[in-house]
Design a binder for this molecule. Structure first.
Ligand code: PEP
Length: 263
């Protein structure tokens, strides 16, 4: 049993996958499993982050699930409102489509798309102001870990957003610690290492924001059914951001069960 009173979250990050028909099969698979083997909403928040063009399809499909499954955007524009910004989707437009959650700061966005601290802060500010909940991803590279800088890098990433998050907005922030070297590699941080970093993040959040006690801190990086139980048993790991394993309904459901069972 976890000592935490924070309801865990299990969020599937589909990234740039799958095809529409496979997405439909996946969603129906998750819905069927939630019906045959229920996971109480009080014990675990669930979310799915599809590609932008599937957001409303996921929202519509999951509206008939036996329990809430949140639709999470993988990205949001740094431009607020509406206007002549070809290709962009603002926080207001997400909210207008009934999307209440968004990932910001994923290492793939930081690294491949060059999203800087300034860009991420603008996205977070816009998302919070539009009433969205932000799942803010942090994490160090292998090089940084091997140089003994992991903790400093991650705490700096937390400090980075403190300037734009108002005191009353911290309740709408979820942190996802995702060591970059563990994403999509099959390598997972050991439960001990992950717990140690989560405890540091919580301590940092308390000092920087005063909200560490109630902020959910998810782990991400090759989470699968085989390692979810051990990770879920760590007192400061309040859920998982799941990439590859979320593309399989059974794996996603098993990971959610692992976290729900710690409550
Ligand atoms: C992710 O991209 O957020 C992630 C954790 O991916 P994976 O589970 O595939 O490592």
């Amino acid at each position: 049993m976890s000592l935490s009173t924070i309801t865990p979250w299990v969020v599937g990050n589909w990234k740039m996958n799958p095809l529409q028909t496979d997405a439909q099969t996946l969603l129906r698979g998750v819905k069927d499993l939630l019906e045959s083997t229920p996971i109480s909403a009080e014990k675990c928040h669930l979310g799915v982050a599809p590609v932008a063009i599937a957001l409303t399809q996921v929202e519509a499909e999951m509206a008939s699930a036996v329990r809430p499954v949140y639709t999470v955007a993988q990205d949001v524009s740094r431009i607020a409102g509406m206007g002549a910004y070809t290709g962009e989707v603002s926080a207001e437009l997400l909210a207008d489509s009934g999307i209440g959650y968004v990932l910001v700061g994923h290492s793939e966005r930081r690294e491949i798309f060059g999203e800087s601290r300034e860009i991420l802060n603008t996205k977070i500010k816009n998302a919070l102001n539009a009433g969205l909940t932000v799942i803010y991803c942090v994490g160090e590279s292998l090089e940084q870990r091997e140089a003994g800088q992991a903790e400093a890098v991650v705490l700096q990433q937390i400090c980075d957003i403190a300037a734009v998050v108002e005191a009353e907005q911290w309740k709408n922030i979820v942190i996802a610690y995702e060591p970059i070297w563990a994403i999509g590699t099959g390598k997972t941080a050991s439960p001990e290492d992950a717990q140690a970093m989560h405890a540091q993040i919580r301590q940092g959040l308390k000092q920087i924001t005063g909200y560490g006690e109630t902020t959910a801190i998810l782990y991400g990086g090759s989470v699968k059914p085989e390692n979810a139980v051990e990770l879920a048993a760590c007192p400061d790991i309040n859920g998982a951001l799941v990439g590859g394993a979320s593309l399989n309904a059974e794996s996603f459901h098993k990971i959610a069960q692992a976290f729900a069972n710690t409550q």
